[in-house]
Design a protein around this ligand. Sequence first.
Ligand SMILES: *[C@@H]1O[C@H](CO)[C@@H](O)[C@H](O)[C@H]1NC(C)=O
Ligand SMILES: *[C@@H]1O[C@H](CO)[C@@H](O)[C@H](O)[C@H]1NC(C)=O
Ligand SMILES: *[C@@H]1O[C@H](CO)[C@@H](O)[C@H](O)[C@H]1NC(C)=O
Ligand SMILES: *[C@@H]1O[C@H](CO)[C@@H](O)[C@H](O)[C@H]1NC(C)=O
Ligand SMILES: *[C@@H]1O[C@H](CO)[C@@H](O)[C@H](O)[C@H]1NC(C)=O
Length: 889
Amino acid sequence: MSPALPLCLRLLLLCSWAGVVLGYPFRTPVELDVTPRITVPVQGLHGSRRFLSSAVNHSVLLLEPESERLYVGARGAVFALNASDISSPFLQIEWEASPEQKQQCLTKGKDNKTECFNHIRLLQRFNSTHLYMCGTHAFRPLCAFIDEKSFEMSPAEDGRDKCPYGPTTGYTGLIIDQQIYTASQYEFRSFPDIRRNSPSPTLRTEDAPTRWLTEADFVGSALVRESINSPTGDDDKIYFFFTESAEENSAAYSGGSSRVARVARVCKGDRGGHLTLQKRWTSFLKARLVCSLPEFNFHFNMLRSVFILPDPTPKNTLFFGIFGLEWKNVKASAVCSFSLSEVEKAFLGPYMETQDSGSNWKEYSGKIPDPRPGTCITDSLRARGINMSTSLPDDVLYFVRRHPLMSVQVQPTDRRPLLFRRTTDYTQLAVHVTQAADEQEYHVLYLGTDDGWLHKAVQVQGQLHIIEELQLLEEPEPVSSVLISTEQMSVYVSFPSGVLQLPLSTCHRYTSCYDCVFSRDPHCAWDGDSCVDILHVDNRSALIQDIQHGSRGCENYHQVVMEKSRSVRVGDDVLLQCELTSNLASPTWTQDGRDLTGYGLSSGVRTGNDGLLIIDAKSDQSGRYTCYSVENDIRVPIISYNITVEVDTPTVKNIELTEDLSIYTLPSPEEPIATEQPLIPPPAPRLTTTLLDPQNMEALYLTLITILGGLCVVLTVVLLYVGFCLRVGNRGKYSLRAAAAAYPSNKRVNKNRKHRNSATMELKTISSHCNGYANGSAKHHNGDIQNGGFLQIVPGEGHTTFNRDSPPPAPPLPPTPNHTSPDCDFPNGLSATLPSMLRRINGNSYVLLRQTDSANTSPNGYSFTDELNKILEKRKHTQILPRPDESSV
Ligand SMILES: *[C@@H]1O[C@H](CO)[C@@H](O)[C@H](O)[C@H]1NC(C)=O
Ligand SMILES: *[C@@H]1O[C@H](CO)[C@@H](O)[C@H](O)[C@H]1NC(C)=O
Ligand SMILES: *[C@@H]1O[C@H](CO)[C@@H](O)[C@H](O)[C@H]1NC(C)=O
Ligand SMILES: *[C@@H]1O[C@H](CO)[C@@H](O)[C@H](O)[C@H]1NC(C)=O
Ligand SMILES: *[C@@H]1O[C@H](CO)[C@@H](O)[C@H](O)[C@H]1NC(C)=O
């Protein structure tokens, strides 16, 4: 590393900040970085069932639709669950490694907390009566049959050639016609291998002179029965999916990356060669899978998981893959789909070649022997007397041996990812094909994350719309498997601690026509009264659904608007809450039918994503305020407040803090703590804030504008310098991601807010700094920038986390005494959310008008009122000004 690099990085830091401020030069691929429409916390899951056992690492799932059983392989045990209700009684086989075996494992230097156990890695149907399973067995793999009827296991047999030794080693296995195909890096330090095991001819991949696999990390495999109705008498093929070290280490082929995603295939009828490639695959070919956003220089090279979507016509099989970036500390995922025909195109294209073993791969341009190397035995070969791979000519086999890699790279459908998310690490996925009310078929994807969430997304016109994100667990755990049962209309999700069963859809979660239609859930439609599961409706023609646009059909349905009346005092700061259930909606407000557009300092109101704030209420601000949710360009009224601003000072009583209170006034923490409850409220709740008084604010803004103007000039220079830096550094683009310091704790305490803590609490601020992106209204949904956040350098992400039209960061705020008082030192997201937001508005006092009962948990699980209650409790000197609550709904 050159000493200039730290300087470069520092400049990049600045540079990216400049990107935030200027919206230039980095642009986020916003249209791909999809926000889940609604966020459902763990308390909001409906109809879920849990299976918890004393075992851990429930990682392998096998669904048997006929017997309605869900088999679960865990650490030291296998379970047979009732697939229609996994929480009902179950059967169990205990299979743990013996103490002696564990001791041997320890002496091998293995970890007694993870490796020295029997982790079930393979669990599949063997024949009509038996299942087959393999376990790591404390670093000495064993396999055994399970009699399905009695659910008992047979005596175990050696599994060293079928099962990896460790619980986390990349591995995939298939049992096809009682033959076991597995791929893994079996023993420690052994080469990765794709194997077909006994009883019939055992086949492997080749190590020399050309190594077919290099540090391959396998994630999946699939049988595609291409022999069915094949006009050429083609064979069935088995596809393997993995990430491996890039041999073709030239920029043109691998984009300069060290790891690449691959698909390899072999023919099921392969018997190996006669002399050359004896006991080796004669049909092994591999090609690169591409999932990238080249215009942003994002190359997702790490394949984490695949789902194979079969089709009655084998040629139409689709492969869905979850890809990640090579940098382990960077959270980002992309989902790409590949058609089998694209994969086949690559296998029919030119081969790659290397002269000396290892490096310098280039496209082979010489003569290709006949029959084409790597193809299966077809009718035309049989006609030539080649009815088995053992009778293939030697020059063909010799060629196969040296040319396992194809030159053509497999491009994803539409040549781009279906989905890209920068703040999520997806681990597993499953795809369900469903017919919507428009009689079109849609792909619905269920994506599990590394922290216990499930995203449900629908593919529309080559892009994914995330219908909802569900929090599955209180404590984050990575999703280890996702499985769909159309028979049970369930999705099963496994974690280290257990298995969860969820309905494929929860339509009744949507309470209005607009909500139902905006969701774009193909399972759900509005029947005139409620949002129903279309499977339960015979006459679908009357249903309202709009998967394509998510906007049409509800024009004739009356939207219920909540009405509230409130009176406040002159000079109060009033927050009119309007919580939108959809993360894709933005609020707009009207006052007596007029649009409230002036968010300026002089207008006296500001809107945030969770409400409207009237600052320093004046008597002419009485009126009817209506909040609308704007989604897909449709305005839906949500709540109306009739606000009366009163001049007189009402009498004050001391009362207990109860849920019925609708107005709270908090004194400034700077005020002396009252030793007893005073009978008279503080004169006016606007003592402080000389700084925030309009004139001073103007001065502050002017200063800021000047400073930022200066910075702009500096940054222009910096950007030019950085451009130079990047070329010198030759590491691709860098960018910054602001990671909030408070984020991990927020996440722990209130995980369901994880997407919203940067969004909901962001109040709109105006600014006319150099970029001219004032009055931005987009949510910073994927930005993690918060108060007190630190900046973290993220290689490869050449973009800021802000939307193009996001407003620049809020101006610095006067320090508050909150952090000095232990009473106000909140342990969780509070200090990063509520107080900081209010601090921005007014350092002194605030009034909250409650929108709903606290019992009514909002869909995002975040109750502003609860948080406020906590603050009130903590501040013992709080005075409460009771007001008559005239709310009417
Ligand atoms: C097994 O579960 C534990 C927690 O229960 C987890 O820490 C560990 O990573 C899991 N191991 C595997 C291989 O999943
Ligand atoms: C599975 O559960 C369902 C519903 O609880 C029940 O009707 C069924 O009999 C159970 N099946 C078995 C095999 O226990
Ligand atoms: C693992 O080994 C360490 C010492 O080698 C021992 O202290 C610890 O109790 C062992 N843990 C388990 C779960 O056996
Ligand atoms: C299935 O395989 C097992 C184990 O080899 C064997 O005992 C059993 O008889 C087989 N069942 C059938 C129906 O072939
Ligand atoms: C394969 O072809 C050979 C002649 O080339 C013939 O003897 C043999 O029976 C054939 N085998 C099969 C399985 O068709």
